[in-house]
Design a protein around this ligand. Structure first.
Ligand SMILES: Cc1cc2nc3c(=O)[nH]c(=O)nc-3n(C[C@H](O)[C@H](O)[C@H](O)COP(=O)(O)O)c2cc1C
Length: 490
């Protein structure tokens, strides 16, 4: 009988929860989750850095269509790595109808990440996507499915149409996904299409349909997913606003506290009894990174918990060693500070930012950065007056944004998360003028509690230390599956 994990190591983008971390967690019998966000650009940078250790090469060698893998290697691999201070090559940005080369890069990079996370054990591995980053969805999901991904987890939006996409792709049918286009007129064609047959360079394998877990912040959203999703929803991650990464905005009119952070109230509390009544398994997230909270979640009827912050500081995570060390030192001293920034993310969702001197959280550093948009994952598709679809990001140069119909007030306080999150994992871009893109670390409100995982005299800890500690007050076995399958359209 398939079992559910008690601990889900949450997806952490970009690349913080990489294949190495997910592999370590899944090997321990819990669910390791790779971040699927911007994997194509990350892959390009790993190859540009010379693929030290040969892991990307090993993943490419396992890809079912060798010619496609070779095209990507030939285009992006730099033997020995690019010289320090040289800018990284940039892959073309996504659009509704991606050019073939962009689709291939997405398929292959998602395949490799999942393949490596699955190496050396037989347990399931998950992949996490943000619903808001829509344009790479179809090719990314297909690449992950080609590698046998066991779970797809998606939040930051309402992923109603993803279950049906996975149903179609598993049997090699074309998949369609309607892009959200601001200002689209009725009848405007906004569909993205992906047909596996267009990319097959050999027989198309029938693929397992991964389980789908929707990451939501309320009972209403969970109910909506069960009622209206285009296919089976296998469970929920219920994420509270203390969690690292993006948070759901508070219900009702946005109010800020004296420090400028969104104020959450009673209406933002989840009704756990109501969730249980839905009958789908659920995992609680946001501040569940200790044994007592895991016990509490299980006692409330959760299948388990999803934890991010505690895993972000493990030896296996890809967070840059200097950032890891400085924040761990603050956690030990109890002086780590986290600001829930209502403006930083171009998505418009609140975004948690660890305060690190010399990083993008530092106003002086932020002021020195000239706006540029060259990765473009958070661009918002909009209906241009000439009937085409345009793309704009509130963190791009203000004049460009405004010339595309964006409002100037929307640009205030926005930060380039695409470049910053690449910098968080050591793949920071160097500009032609020598400017190095700064990091912007996201963590949960519970940053300081990660000190609990450090054994006396130790300066680091592993994924196994976290898993062992979290499960220390509970049985180590996994939760059994419910007897009845959970059906959408209930
Ligand atoms: C560094 C970091 C990056 C994150 N990135 C993502 C992401 O890309 N997608 C996502 O759904 N959640 C993301 N999260 C949220 C985690 O998956 C998880 O739900 C959350 O961290 C749980 O709360 P905790 O931080 O209190 O453990 C991120 C969290 C952290 C700490």
């Amino acid at each position: 009988m398939m079992q559910f994990p008690k601990i889900i190591q949450g997806g952490m983008g970009v690349g913080v929860s990489n294949w190495r971390l997910a592999n370590a967690v899944s090997k321990l019998g819990q669910l390791g989750v790779v971040s699927g966000t911007a994997l194509d650009s990350l892959f390009v940078r790993r190859l540009a850095d010379g693929d030290k250790g040969g892991d990307m090469r090993r993943g490419l060698d396992a890809f079912p269509f060798p010619e496609m893998a070779k095209r990507i290697w030939d285009e992006y691999f730099i033997p020995g790595g690019k010289s320090a201070g040289t800018p990284y090559t940039i892959a073309p940005m996504h659009q509704r109808r991606d050019i073939r080369k962009v689709v291939e890069l997405c398929i292959v990079s998602n395949f490799v990440e999942v393949f490596l996370a699955r190496e050396g054990h037989k347990n399931p591995v998950g992949i996490n996507f943000l619903e808001k980053v829509q344009m790479p969805h179809l090719s990314s999901i297909y690449g992950a499915m080609l590698a046998g991904v066991g779970y797809v987890l998606m939040g930051a939006g309402i992923p109603l149409h993803i279950p049906g996409v996975m149903d179609a792709l598993s049997v090699n049918h074309p998949a369609e996904y309607k892009l959200s286009v601001t200002g689209a007129v009725q009848g405007q064609d906004t569909a993205m299409l992906f047909d596996p047959a267009d990319y097959a360079e050999g027989p198309l394998p029938i693929l397992d349909r991964p389980r789908f877990l929707a990451i939501v912040s309320s009972n209403t959203l969970a109910t909506t997913m069960l009622r209206r999703a285009s296919g089976r929803v296998d469970g929920f991650i219920i994420e509270s606003p203390t969690a690292g990464g993006h948070n759901a905005p508070p219900r009702g009119k946005l109010q800020l506290n004296a420090d400028g952070e969104p104020v959450y109230g009673e209406r933002d509390q989840v009704d756990v009894a109501g969730l249980r009544a839905l009958g789908a398994p659920f995992w609680l997230a946001g501040g569940y990174g200790n044994a007592e909270k895991v016990r509490e979640a299980l006692d409330q009827g959760a299948a388990g918990v999803q934890v991010g912050t505690a895993f972000a500081f493990t030896r296996e995570s890809a967070l840059r060693p200097d950032l890891k060390a400085s924040l761990l030192a603050k956690a030990v001293a109890g002086t780590g500070e986290v600001f829930t920034d209502p403006l930083a993310s171009p998505t418009g969702f609140p975004f948690k930012v660890a305060q690190v001197q010399g990083s993008y959280s530092d106003p002086e550093v932020a002021a020195k950065r000239t706006r540029v948009c060259d990765l473009g994952y958070l661009r918002e598709p909009y209906a241009a007056p000439d009937g085409t679809i345009g793309y704009r990001c509130a963190a791009e140069p203000v004049a460009n944004y405004v010339s595309k119909g964006g409002k100037v007030e929307e640009t205030v306080g926005r930060k380039c998360l695409c470049n910053a999150l690449m910098a968080n994992i050591g793949h920071q871009q160097t500009r032609k003028d020598g400017f190095v893109e700064p990091a912007l670390v996201t963590v949960g409100d519970d940053l300081n509690t990660v000190a609990q995982f450090l054994a006396p005299g130790r300066a680091s800890y592993s994924a196994a230390d976290v898993v062992e500690s979290l499960l220390s007050l509970t049985e180590r076995t996994s939760a059994p599956e419910p007897a009845e399958p959970i059906l959408a359209h209930a």
